[in-house]
Design a binder for this molecule. Structure first.
Ligand code: SAM
Ligand code: SF4
Length: 505
């Protein structure tokens, strides 16, 4: 098929591509069914060990944690498998962020439990965010799992597995104030060999009233910066060309040699503190050939220092994920986000002042939070018009037991209204994504090639600095190379173009 025909195919596929993108982004479909992202461990065969199958749900932090789990159990003699039917041990690394995420895991557990009929020795465990909330229900009431481990208990997994082997149920949901797994070199499970994630901190101290994370993942801790830089160096020497620094609120990264727990650093006024801006610079200096991204930024914490470091280094991608959640100051206050509509708009302006119009800004948004009126919702739509996000993850509010909002207020916006509002913001975001992508047409973009396009093996795909997928004919280019691509066409989800030459360093 000619390039022109393939290009037309891509453009015709526009809506479908957008749909795929949407499902990958875990937003709500028209049916009201949330599509939760799931990832499965790859296969490794040392031929010696029991086989571990891990299915991971939810956010990137969870996928990253599964790599830590695989690494800990590899040291204990385990292989990983991508075939659930081959597994001796099945772990679901779970997410509690919305009710639908929990429901998906519970349905999956029913199926997995049915496998035990043919294989009574099969060990089934629940890891991650659902562990603390549902441990007694899963272990004692429903008896559908053998093992439960919270996000800070993964070093204990070999011991917990031994307990189950000896005929007991095993549980550890202790939330640590220090654990960062800094010394564990993760086994890359779903890797394309080019891009990787590095966890730089754990937990969250923010207490947004809608959010369960502070309860499921515990207090905020920052990881030793030297171990982060070393992990980036190791990835580079293993052929990786892009790292994303991960945390719930990366801008509040704070580390001192004396203390790695942010709360303690603040109390004890520790010396020689490494801030997120310092860390970003340290990682950027590893090599100009290693691209750096980071996620997630919090509007109240991102500083001019961070923006200036971004401006100084070509290899730090010009893309900021800055979740706004709502465009209405009263709702933001109820959410305990720590900023107002005006503060957020000023922050977006500041980003563009320091980094230029070319920096992409993306967001998360929630519709139908407690007491949200139609006028409040209109404020979210007008804020979207003012900022014009490049893309967004959009959700309707899902009340989570134990959160401050669940304790204090009634979940008083009907599901129907929440969904109708969600449809409106999705529609607006489609328009803005297309508009922002159209502005990229006719320009040359530096693309890091991640592999063959999902649609045709005659095409390659990669991302530009703004984290947008760009597809172009293969020629002689290869995965892991940087190439300059002239973008000629776009949809709301993808840019299509042709390579105009390799990037020279
Ligand atoms: N730490 C990040 C921040 O503050 O922006 C976000 C982490 S959270 C895992 C990802 C997103 O899930 C949030 O930004 C929010 O939009 C959404 N979310 C969290 N709790 C939710 C809830 N109870 N209902 C609906 N969406 C929720
Ligand atoms: Fe949840 Fe807020 Fe922490 Fe993000 S910053 S993880 S939304 S409490």
């Amino acid at each position: 098929m000619s390039f022109e025909k393939l290009k037309l195919l891509f453009l015709r596929l526009g809506n479908e591509v957008m749909e795929n993108l949407i499902s990958e982004l875990d937003i709500l479909k028209d049916s009201g069914e949330a599509c939760e992202t799931v990832r499965v461990s790859k296969s490794t065969h040392s031929g010696t060990g029991r086989k571990l199958y891990i299915e991971s749900y939810g956010c990137q932090m969870n996928f990253s944690d599964s790599e830590i789990v695989a690494s800990i159990l590899k040291q204990d003699g385990f292989d990983t498998t991508s075939d659930i039917l081959q597994a001796d041990v099945i772990f679901l690394n779970t997410c509690s962020i919305r009710e639908k995420a929990e429901q998906t895991v519970r349905n999956r557990l029913t199926y997995i439990n049915s496998l035990k009929k043919n294989n009574p020795a099969l060990l089934v465990g629940v890891l991650g965010c659902m562990a603390e909330r549902l441990k007694s229900k899963l272990l004692e009431e429903e008896k559908i799992v053998d093992l439960v481990a919270g996000p800070d208990a993964y070093r204990d997994l070999p011991n917990l597995i031994n307990q189950v082997d000896e005929g007991d149920k095993a549980v550890n949901t202790f939330l640590s104030r220090e654990e960062t797994y800094a010394d564990i070199s993760p086994v890359r499970l779903n890797s394309n060999g080019v891009t990787a994630f590095i966890s730089i901190m754990r937990g969250c101290d923010n207490m947004c009233t809608f959010c369960v994370v502070p309860f499921t993942r515990g207090r905020e801790r920052s990881r030793d910066p030297l171990s982060i830089v070393q992990e980036a160096r190791d990835l580079l020497s293993n052929g990786f060309r892009e790292v994303t620094l991960l945390g719930q609120n990366v801008d509040s990264y704070k580390w001192s040699a004396e203390e790695n727990n942010k709360a303690w650093i603040e109390k004890k006024s520790a010396s020689n503190i490494v801030s997120f801006a310092n860390l970003l610079e340290m990682v950027a200096q590893v090599s100009p050939k290693l691209r750096i991204r980071f996620s997630t930024s919090h509007p109240k914490d991102i500083t001019d220092d961070v923006l200036r470091v971004m401006a100084r280094y070509d290899n730090i991608c010009k893309s900021i994920h800055l979740p706004v959640q709502s465009g209405n100051s009263r709702i933001l206050d109820l959410m305990n986000r720590g900023y107002s509509r005006e503060w957020y708009l000023d922050k977006a302006k500041r980003i563009r002042e320091i980094l230029g119009n070319d920096c992409s800004i993306s967001s998360d948004m929630i519709t139908g939070f407690c007491t949200e009126s139609d006028e409040d919702h209109q404020d979210t739509l007008t804020l979207m018009d003012a900022v014009q996000f490049d893309f967004a993850y959009m959700f309707f509010y899902s009340e989570r037991p134990g959160t401050l909002a669940a304790k204090k207020w009634q979940d008083d916006v009907s599901l129907e209204v929440k969904k109708a509002r969600l449809d409106q913001i999705i529609e607006k975001q489609r328009e803005h994504s297309l508009l922002r992508n159209k502005a990229d047409v006719g320009k040359v973009h530096e693309v890091l090639i991640e592999g063959v396009s999902k649609r045709s093996d005659k095409f390659l795909q990669g991302r530009n600095t703004h984290n947008k997928v760009i597809v172009f004919p293969k020629d002689n280019f290869k995965k892991g190379e940087y190439v300059n691509v002239l973008v000629e066409e776009c949809t709301g989800g993808t840019l299509v173009g042709k390579a105009v030459g390799p990037k020279n360093f």
